[in-house]
Design a protein around this ligand. Structure first.
Ligand code: UDX
Length: 430
């Protein structure tokens, strides 16, 4: 089987490279010639640990190539993965414009049996829509199957998650399609859930929404733990040992961000509304997330008073470590809130770049984490990059005007920081 991956964005490029690593011949197709050029030269236009090495390796081995030639790519490959973007519309619905376009292109150019697999996160019922879009655009009546095979990879851990997933979900309507997908994933050691396309589509949303729920739950609890003077990290640890609860996604912080959780939670709420169902828990998950960064800002306001003219170091812009992705990053909203209060921000992130809409005279982007500490009134940690552990905090405290730390990711040791003379506040009491 030869694989075509349509859309060389983050999910598409990773999917293509992981299939190449599994030993399949893969073609990556994109309408953006610049992206295709860069990938063909072995250059990744986003940051993901280990992926560039895989790209260089498989360009060399000939397992992978990239192209803009739609007709040829569709005609020469058997299995076609749709990995295009499904951004949020204003009403929370996922925008299927790109999925529709790609489906119509497949219909137009196909020249024999094709298995079309949707990896993009799409509303329940999309498999049926794709089937129809292809049918209506076909030049001649060739057989095909459309399956759903959602992606569960995390940014920063994409390789690990794709090569060693917890499960593979296959939603297909024919035995032929199921068997082909099982063969593609034969080298992966994990349970394979074979189900209907609708179920597969809902599993994806339900999983992300559940993880977001865990985060908002512990975040809301952190507000109570502050009042009760109970360390939220210890609470999470004690809870997590119960295997029914599990320890992951119980780290209190300034909230979840990224390209998936906010978008997928909004989409699931929209799907529910369209089906006359209210998902009350999930509505509150969003509300807690949207106010969690403000909770930390208020802690700082109580300590610093008016922000006007205060120098504040912000460490971390990306929505989480090991990525340059700043989509829906809580750091952005936090910085905006501080600048509304006229604070002077000295921002550092080892990988993420300052977006143009944040460029103003009150925000300075630093080239090292230490650079902004001189005469600073406070430090905010927004992303738990490992390198922040290794800063010379003792020396830095002496450079600050007032050594205040607001650790939005609970990454530093509170007692140690206090022993160095810092006023330390994490999320939840510590
Ligand atoms: C997520 C899902 O994990 C993945 O399965 C899906 O395919 C895409 O969405 P990703 O967005 O890459 O992956 O990031 P993830 O590691 O899940 O973190 C999401 C956000 O939650 C980050 O902002 C992170 O900081 C936050 N988070 C995570 C917490 O605040 N606390 C936690 O305990 C875990």
């Amino acid at each position: 089987m030869k694989i075509l991956v349509i859309g060389t964005g983050y999910v598409g490029t990773t999917t293509a490279l992981v299939f190449a690593e599994m030993g399949w011949k893969v073609v990556g197709l994109d309408t953006d010639a610049h992206k295709v050029d860069q990938l063909t030269k072995g250059e990744l236009y986003f940051y993901e640990p280990g992926l560039k090495e895989l790209l260089v390796k498989h360009l060399k081995s000939g397992q992978i190539m990239f192209t803009t030639n739609q007709a040829k790519a569709i005609q020469e490959n058997d299995v076609i993965f749709i990995c295009v973007g499904t951004p949020s519309l204003n009403d929370g619905n996922a925008d299927l414009t790109y999925v529709k376009q790609v489906s119509q292109d497949i219909g137009r150019y196909m020249n024999g049996y094709k298995l079309i697999v949707n990896k993009s996160t799409v509303p329940v019922g999309t498999q049926e829509k794709v089937t129809q879009w292809i049918l209506r655009s076909q030049a001649a009546s060739y057989p095909y199957d459309v399956a759903s095979n959602p992606e569960f990879l995390r940014e920063g851990k994409a390789m690990e998650d794709s090569l060693n997933p917890d499960r593979v979900v296959i939603g297909a309507t024919s035995t032929k399609a199921t068997k082909m997908l099982q063969t593609l994933y034969a080298s992966v050691q994990c349970p394979i859930v074979v189900t209907t396309p609708r179920t597969a589509e809902l599993i994806k949303y339900a999983s992300n929404a559940f993880l977001a729920t865990k985060i908002s739950y512990i975040n809301e609890l952190s507000r109570l733990s502050d009042k009760l003077e109970v360390d939220i990290k210890e609470v999470a640890f004690g809870m997590g040992l119960d295997q029914r609860i599990g320890s992951s996604f119980l780290q209190a912080g300034i909230g979840y961000g990224g390209s998936c959780f906010p978008k997928d939670v909004a989409a699931l709420l929209r799907i529910a509304k369209d089906n006359n169902t209210e998902l009350q828990v999930l509505k509150n998950v969003v509300e807690v997330n949207e106010t969690q960064y403000l909770y930390m800002v208020e802690k700082a306001r109580r300590r610093l008073g008016d922000f006007a003219g205060k120098k504040i170091v912000v460490l971390g812009l990306a929505f989480k470590p090991d990525t340059d992705d700043i989509r829906e990053a809580p750091a952005i909203r936090l910085i905006q809130e501080l600048t509304v209060g006229q604070a002077h921000i000295k921002l550092f992130d080892p990988v993420a770049k300052l977006p143009s809409y944040l460029k103003n005279s009150n925000i300075q982007f630093m080239t090292t984490p230490e650079e902004g500490f001189k005469d600073a009134d406070a430090v905010f940690i927004c992303t738990e990059w490992k390198m922040y552990h290794d800063l010379n905090w003792s020396m830095l405290s002496k450079q600050m005007k007032q050594p205040n730390i607001f650790d939005g990711r609970n990454m530093l040791n509170a007692d140690f920081m206090k022993s160095l003379g810092y006023y330390y506040q994490g999320v939840g009491y510590n």
